[in-house]
Write a protein that binds this ligand. Structure first.
Ligand code: PMP
Length: 451
């Protein structure tokens, strides 16, 4: 097959399957991202229209994955397309600053005084790494603290204890252990990363009292998707805030996903006053982006104007004009009213699902806040990583729900979480809720398989 040809169908007539078989030859695992892969293969996207994605087999799926919650306005949102077309017609990237980076930085600053100054990069991972580097530069300390099970991107320190199991998640004192996520992560990285419990403020306070003086940063996502998609308690947030003030630790709020929760972002909803804020996803309007923001004082750590900065931050495509233009269009249309409307739709979804589960007696629950939601199997209350942890049996059930939802033409992420986008209305939200209740209440059928 020549590279210009489309993937042909297989004997089963499935073009996604053919694409997967072809991709497997040149890409390990047959897919670029573990997060969007599932057995036997995911559907391949052909195009998107608003809240719908059409796969290469012509199937229309109601998209709750939204490229992992980055497409707040869904697919092919005309104002974003128009902005990108306009920017692209002038060239795609320059070894010079452009005015577009000023406009997006100003748009962030207008939303919250916490975002007074900004540096852009190309992903949330990069933003978090730069923020940690900045915190180390500001404090001269090496250790960082993060919450168990929370995802902040793909790199050594921030992947510590991303996915510990009951067999290894406690240290000898009963505190969360620093657990290696990838083979080969050096022991020194584990020693430099203190792990905090998401839902145990007292233990959190004790650990921070002991470790505080040696910490450069505490990184916190107050609505951590991987740790259950439950809002962090105000008590835990206050413990973190006080410890950071007391010990001179840089508080980094990772709002890569949770920025969408309010016009100003997530921190104010939890009483957090971070020193640095990392954002990505929706601030790029669907193009690659990441950002570190903070007060002029904190952000001076990256200031190169007087010579060598305390720490460096930059990259070839940082603040590229296409991402800047797309991000500005996206944020402009995510007004206070749009945020409110989407959050109200999220409340409606969760209430409808809860009522449905209650009346059918389904052993499942839904968590989330604003426009974010996640399904859990079981009747117990989910409060953080450990109660959200899926053992082999629950993981199998969650997978079956995801595949059964796909049979119903609704795309969730593989762990059955989802996000709403502004093209959605009550009609789509009720459809998602009713299908989810139907699928879960039916007993999560054995025969579901992806189309
Ligand atoms: N932080 C959080 C909270 C995230 O959810 C993610 C990605 N899902 C990242 C950081 C990393 O962002 P990216 O995938 O853009 O590198």
């Amino acid at each position: 097959m020549r590279h210009s040809e489309n993937c042909a169908e297989t004997a089963s007539g499935n073009r996604s399957e053919a694409a997967f078989l072809r991709e497997r030859k040149v890409v390990p695992g047959g897919s670029m991202r573990a997060a969007s892969w599932f057995q036997p293969h995911p559907p391949y996207a052909a195009k998107g229209e608003g809240c719908w994605v059409i796969d290469v087999d012509g199937r229309r799926l109601l998209d709750c994955a939204n490229n992992f919650f980055s497409l707040i306005h869904g697919h092919a949102f005309e104002p974003v397309l128009e902005a990108v077309r306009g920017a692209m017609s002038k060239g795609t990237a320059f070894g010079m600053p452009t005015e577009s980076e000023i406009l997006l930085a100003e748009a962030l600053a207008e939303r919250s005084p916490r975002l007074e100054q900004t540096r852009f990069c190309n992903s949330g991972t990069e933003a978090v790494l730069a923020a940690i580097k900045g915190a180390r530069g500001l404090t001269g300390r090496e250790k960082i603290a993060k919450f168990e099970g929370c995802y902040h991107g793909a790199y050594d320190w921030i992947e510590v204890s991303l996915d510990p199991t009951p067999a290894n998640w406690n240290d000898e004192a009963g505190n969360p252990a620093s657990v290696r996520c990838n083979a080969g992560t050096p022991d020194s990285v584990l020693r430099e990363t203190v792990v905090l419990p998401y839902d145990d403020p007292q233990r959190c306070a004790d650990i921070l009292l002991r470790e505080g003086p040696s910490l450069a940063a505490v990184i916190v996502d107050p609505h951590a998707s991987r740790a259950g998609a439950v809002p962090m308690s105000r008590e835990t947030a206050a413990v973190v805030q006080q410890a950071c003030r007391k010990h001179g630790i840089v508080l980094i709020a990772d709002e890569v996903i949770s920025f969408r929760l309010s016009f100003e972002g997530a921190s104010p909803l939890f009483g957090l006053e971070p020193d640095l804020v990392t954002t990505a996803k929706i601030i790029g309007g669907g193009l690659p982006i990441g950002a570190v923001s903070g007060s002029r004082d904190r952000m001076s750590v990256f200031d190169h104007s007087a010579g060598k900065p305390i720490v460096s931050m930059g990259g070839t495509f940082s603040a590229n004009p296409l991402s800047m233009a797309a991000g500005l269009a996206s944020l402009t249309h995510y007004s206070r009213a749009a945020v409110e409307r989407l959050n109200t739709l999220g409340d409606r979804l969760r209430q409808r699902v809860r009522a449905g589960f209650a009346s059918s007696g389904a052993e499942a629950s839904i968590t989330g806040m604003g426009s974010l939601f996640r399904l859990h199997v079981g009747r117990h209350e989910v409060t953080g990583y450990r109660s959200a942890y899926a053992n082999a049996d629950t993981a199998k059930l969650i997978r079956r729900v995801q595949l059964a939802m796909l049979d119903e033409n609704i795309l969730l992420t593989p762990n059955c979480s989802g996000a709403l986008s502004t093209p959605m209305t009550e009609t789509e939200v009720d459809l998602i809720a009713d299908k989810l209740v139907g699928v879960v209440s039916k007993g999560i059928g054995e025969n579901s398989a992806p189309g």
